[in-house]
Every structure is written in C-alpha cells, then in structure tokens.
Design a protein around this ligand. Sequence first.
Ligand SMILES: [Zn+2]
Length: 74
Amino acid sequence: MNQKNRCAKCGCLFRPNPRVKDQEYCNRSACQRARKRRWQRKRMATDPDYRANQNGGKKTAKKGGTLRPESTVK
Ligand SMILES: [Zn+2]
C-alpha cells in the first residue's frame, strides 16, 4: 500500500500514482520533463508518423527564436 518508488531522474523516493503503471519519475517538473523527453524519444524511434509530424511542425514553431530561458538556468 505504502510502496515507494525511486525517481529515475533525481533519485528521490516518491509514492507512485496507483493509476500509473510502473511510474518511474516523481512529480517535480524537471523529472516530468525528463519523462516526457524519454517518451518522445521512444515515440520518435518507433512511430514514423509521429516523427514526421514533429519535424513538419518544427518549421513554424521555430519562428519565435530558439533561445529558451531553460537552457541558461541549471
Ligand atoms: Zn524526480
């Protein structure tokens, strides 16, 4: 019942959501981002349609510039 998982990103212990199977990341935003990135990477590797979509959408999304505040803050 009170089982805890270790976050694959920051290594902290967290109580997984019972509705999420094999939850590997805690709910910190940085860890959720890591989870999403990993999911996207897997998706890109296994789903050609998804990959095409991502690449096609990038052209318009890039217009606003590529500098993101995230990359400067560590
Ligand atoms: Zn974490």
